[in-house]
Design a binder for this molecule. Structure first.
Ligand code: ATP
Length: 354
């Protein structure tokens, strides 16, 4: 499996290095034959190549079997004409990575204010309210007069169907519950269509229990009783916000992994940002990127029918759970280790996995 690894900005290089250590251990233990193709994106690429991402990099990623994108200083990248392209948007759009799969769960040993839970937010990733990706060229946010802005939201049958299918397939491998999150009481046409299509797709999975919830009420339900949810499917912006909440409820943003999946490509990416406030301090939690990389291995294993990749992903996930519960973790989840030592501890556990 060829994997392009882009460390990114802020804490990116530190957590990417810890992730590499764990993946190398997994490759050795499960004979995966991982072939890393490190490259650069974000500020370093802007300095060296005049753009945060380049066509040559995209081509390299297209030829690979997976991408690990470290956190990017997205907020710094404002002017595309100066090469300041949002790398996350760039890959999601260019590789048509339509389903952003964001698991969130509590961990033994990490205090939770909301009780134990284990859920996954499946967020549509290619349209919705995102002005940089829902039209072919340009931005769908317009300054009409100095005091008037119009932001357009795109919802299409095609994108609703494919994200709904991804969510249903996932729910069938878990507790077989699907919750559709929307704002159809206000966005009657767009979210009305989203619910209708999700229900149509889900009707082909008779074993699924399906319900729906308005996004504002959902915030209260998730805080009150997250254990009642299994797989949640929603549109782009609602999923972005909801999944940050669920990651934080799990104990730390540093535990929020995610996979951006399309039909041909997949990109692992932590749900958190570049955390400039703790960059270079060897204190960032690498688990979000490590768990994202584990999702990438599992998705490759499923696509290619390779049991060893599924076993490796399960070993990484167990190593994270066990290490955190025994305090072998960073301070945000109650441990005393630095980023590098956390990566080493996890790598040792993966090497010893049965
Ligand atoms: P960006 O501008 O790149 O989005 P940010 O700091 O605004 O960066 P995040 O990176 O998501 O947003 O960080 C939000 C808070 O969570 C910060 O206080 C940060 O230190 C903390 N945080 C984020 N990621 C981690 C991590 N992996 N380990 C520990 N703390 C983290």
């Amino acid at each position: 499996m060829k994997i392009v690894l882009l460390p990114g900005d802020g804490i990116g290089p530190e957590i990417a290095s810890a992730t590499m250590a764990v993946l190398e251990a997994a490759s050795r233990r499960f004979a995966l034959g991982l072939d890393f193709m490190p490259d650069i994106a974000g500020h370093e690429s802007l300095r060296r190549h005049g753009a945060t991402v380049t066509p040559a990099l995209l081509e390299k990623v297209r030829q690979a079997d997976g991408l690990i994108l470290g956190p990017m200083a997205t907020y710094d990248f404002k002017d595309e004409s100066k090469g300041e392209i949002n790398p996350s948007k760039f890959f999601r759009k260019a590789l048509d990575l339509y389903a952003n799969v964001r698991p969130a769960r509590t961990y033994p040993g990490v205090p939770s204010k909301v009780g134990a839970f284990d859920l996954v937010v499946v967020r549509e990733n290619t349209e919705g309210f995102y002005a940089d990706r829902n039209i072919e060229s340009g931005s769908s946010e317009m300054l009409i007069t100095p005091d008037v802005v119009i932001s357009l939201r795109r919802i299409t049958r095609h994108c609703c169907e494919r994200v709904a299918r991804a969510a249903c397939e996932l729910a069938m491998t878990r507790r077989r519950r699907l919750t559709i999150v929307h704002k159809a009481n206000v966005l009657k046409l767009g979210d009305g269509m989203f619910i209708q299509i999700c229900r149509e797709v889900a009707s082909h999975y008779p074993d699924l229990v399906v319900d729906d919830c308005i996004v504002d009420a959902m915030m209260a339900h998730v805080v009150r009783n997250p254990a009642r949810f299994d797989v949640i499917v929603t549109t782009n912006m609602f999923g972005d916000i909801l999944s940050d909440l669920t990651a934080e409820l799990s104990g730390s943003l540093g535990l929020g992994g995610s996979l951006n999946a399309g039909d041909l490509h997949a990109m692992a990416q932590a749900a958190h940002g570049s955390a400039p406030d703790i960059a270079g301090m060897n204190m960032a939690n690498p688990c979000a990127l490590i768990l994202s990389a584990s999702q990438l291995l599992a998705s490759h294993g499923k696509r290619q029918g390779l049991e060893s990749f599924l076993k490796a992903a399960a070993a990484i996930d167990s190593a994270v759970v066990d290490a955190i519960s025994q305090g072998q973790a960073t301070s945000d989840v109650g441990g005393k280790l630095g980023t590098e030592a956390t990566g080493q501890a996890l790598a040792h556990r993966v090497l010893d996995a049965s």
